[in-house]
Design a protein around this ligand. Structure first.
Ligand code: NDP
Length: 260
């Protein structure tokens, strides 16, 4: 391999990436990172105003960004969004299934509605959006990259987050199922499992002194992670550098799972 070939391994120029749940937190950081690597990014959430604001934020940095507000957990909303991409001639080369919600409650008290809401948003949505993207990648013969955002709970259960844990465990297997069926079409589907990351989702936990102390004392890195610390792994899994990596999960957790 030449130096030029080595450098271009991570080049995302000419690629279009859809990052779900990318108006803030991890999704916005991943969108910015992919755009800084040359991709044209499509930002998403359920809120049009938040999508517009995030698009403007990346455009102000000189990055190539546009928005698509839709609910990833609603099949009709997903299909309408992809019909819009088709009409606009947008081909999704890279999909990051990142949108997610948390729900903290002892399992004995979790209602069926809350169970379904968490499973639908964190797991079923990745199937819906992943399938819509893969159909186009296969029809166009272009192949592509799918990154499903899991969690530490893809590997280890914790109390009071049962539906989230089950959904994130499912995300790990969803990537493997996608790899098993779509590798023949040159689609690579992998998962990233973040540790505890400083985002709005964890605001209450960060502000809870005993939880904050527990994170810092139990993680070998002795600190929370930042959204930008997931960017390198996402670029790797979105790029030609990972063309023979399929169905894997990479934990980005400061070493936490090594000691759990
Ligand atoms: P945030 O709560 O900060 O952001 C979540 C994003 O998802 C927002 O843009 C939100 O926008 C969007 N979203 C939520 N529901 C939907 C929906 N139905 N359709 C479209 N967009 C939606 O979360 P994080 O950045 O912390 O988390 C991102 C991902 O990383 C999630 O999958 C999460 O489970 C995972 N993760 C996070 C960790 C952490 O410590 N923060 C650790 C491990 C995994 P809106 O609500 O306006 O629609």
């Amino acid at each position: 391999m030449t130096q030029a070939q080595a450098t271009s391994l991570f080049d995302l120029r000419g690629r279009t990436a859809l990052i779900t749940g990318s108006t803030r937190g991890i999704g916005l950081a991943l969108a910015q990172g992919l755009a800084e690597s040359g991709a044209s990014v499509i930002l998403n959430s359920r809120q049009t105003a938040a999508v517009d604001a995030a698009v403007a934020q990346l455009q102000a940095l000189g990055l190539n960004a546009q928005g698509a507000a839709f609910d990833v957990a609603d099949q009709a909303s997903v299909e309408a969004a992809f019909a819009g991409f088709d009409r606009a001639g947008l081909v999704i080369d890279i999909l990051i299934n990142n949108a997610g919600i948390q729900h903290r409650q002892p399992m004995l008290d979790v209602s069926l509605d809350d169970w379904n809401r968490v499973i639908n948003t964190n797991l079923t949505a990745a199937f819906l959006v992943g399938r819509a993207a893969a159909r186009r990648m296969i029809d166009q013969g272009t192949g592509g990259k799918i990154i499903n955002i899991g969690s530490l709970t893809s590997e280890a259960a914790r109390a009071t987050v049962a539906p989230y844990t089950v959904a994130k465990g499912g995300i790990k297997m969803l990537s493997k199922a996608m790899a098993a069926e779509w590798a023949q079409h040159n689609i690579q589907a992998n998962s990233i499992g973040p540790g505890y990351i400083l985002t709005d989702m964890n605001e209450a936990l960060v502000n809870n002194p005993s939880f904050d102390a527990w994170v810092k004392s139990s993680n070998p890195a002795q600190r929370w992670g930042r959204p930008d610390e997931l960017v390198g792994t996402a670029i790797y899994l979105a790029s030609g550098a990972s063309n023979y990596v399929n169905g894997q999960i990479i934990y980005v957790d400061g070493g936490w799972l090594s000691v759990l």
